[in-house]
Design a protein around this ligand. Sequence first.
Ligand SMILES: Nc1nc2c(c(=O)[nH]1)N[C@H]1C(S)=C(S)[C@@H](COP(=O)(O)OP(=O)(O)OC[C@H]3O[C@@H](n4cnc5c(N)ncnc54)[C@H](O)[C@@H]3O)O[C@H]1N2
Ligand code: MOO
Length: 401
Amino acid sequence: MDNLTVEQALEALLAHSKMIEETEKVPVLQAWGKVLAEDMVAELDNPPFDKSPIDGYACKSEDLVGASEEHPITLKVLEEIDAGQYSEITVEKGQAVRIMTGAAIPKGCDCCVRQEDTDYGEDTVKIFHPTRQWQNYCYQGEDFKRGTVLLKKGTRIGFVEAGILASMGKTEANVYRRARVAILTTGDEVMAPGQKLLPGKIYDCNQSLLAARMEDFGVELVKLDSIEDRPQAMTKAIQDIAPSVDLIITTGAVSVGKKDIMHEALELAGAQRIFWHIQMKPGMPTLFSVYQDTPVISLSGNPFGVAVSVDLLIRPMLQKMMQDEALKTRREKCVLKNEFVKEVRGRRYIRAVTDGESVTIPTGLHSNGVLATMAGCNCLIEMQGGKPGTKVGELAEIILL
Ligand SMILES: Nc1nc2c(c(=O)[nH]1)N[C@H]1C(S)=C(S)[C@@H](COP(=O)(O)OP(=O)(O)OC[C@H]3O[C@@H](n4cnc5c(N)ncnc54)[C@H](O)[C@@H]3O)O[C@H]1N2
Ligand code: MOO
């Protein structure tokens, strides 16, 4: 299969992306970025008791009707309850307890009065303002109730989810094993940043770009390496790493040049070629193969092509493998703020910035080898072929990065 539409390519990529079923128990403190392998059900009410949201006095609201600066109402203070303490007493008419923020409200009370509205009395307290029934009152279970599914299977654990797990009293979470990925870049013209550039060489930016995106996607990066432009070297690199990973990503050497070694390297390895070429720009010469059950996606070397392909093609693969809802491709329609004058023959993806309603295409060069103008971009505009360009005010289909 060659020269597929983007949709056909995605279908083939997904067909060879296997869901990872292995799970592991990890401490909540180390669960950040991982995907829940089971629904998390609350085994308690939170808060587990009615509690005060203020520092003041808990009492009966019926006692406070008509309270004012001129005619304060005096209540007997039975005791003080601090946060973390629990009192078995029952407050009757005409009585109150001194209470601190976060402390359990005793039986008989239906409101808490701010201490600023009182004379701060210790044995008795004067109250200068009425307080409504259930005002300044947090109910048992108002955060969550016992038996509620708080986090669904497939949820990626971020900072909020880690907090929710902790408030459920969990110390461990059952998560899917993260996808293991290897990144192999090619090109005798590329050198690692930090080295002194020699004539004809450029710095390798694809490794850092892909490694950073893998971190964002929550995968485990098992290998990040630069392989010399020799088919045998790439064959060996693929054969060595394949048993330990779920996906191999390569960049460069997939076009038609004499040094475009990926085709020969994969053939030497005995990999099955699934497709070559997608009807899109950038990323047209993408090559997809399977080596002994391990998918190998070979992107063109052009950095902007890599940046587009990692979100358009690789992200859906990892979404399926890791069953991670957070990785689902997010599309929106936004109003174009400016024009893109290049003729669009086939499907094209353009770097852009959206504020959620409109979308702006950065000025500067939009060549597939140019990455700098993508700085600050947060979306790609998807343009269908056969158009002379874009017009201001048109609705554009965008993919959020
Ligand atoms: N005669 C033809 N030439 C080309 C065609 C074609 O159809 N006929 N297709 C062009 C298109 S489209 C693309 S895309 C490129 C794809 O080339 P390769 O995938 O073989 O990639 P390379 O040649 O290795 O690299 C392309 C470009 O990107 C630079 N590069 C590569 N790796 C890195 C890296 N790790 N970091 C930074 N930059 C990198 C490389 O130096 C090249 O400039 O082929 C066209 N040619
Ligand atoms: O596919 Mo190439 O990345 O279009 O320039």
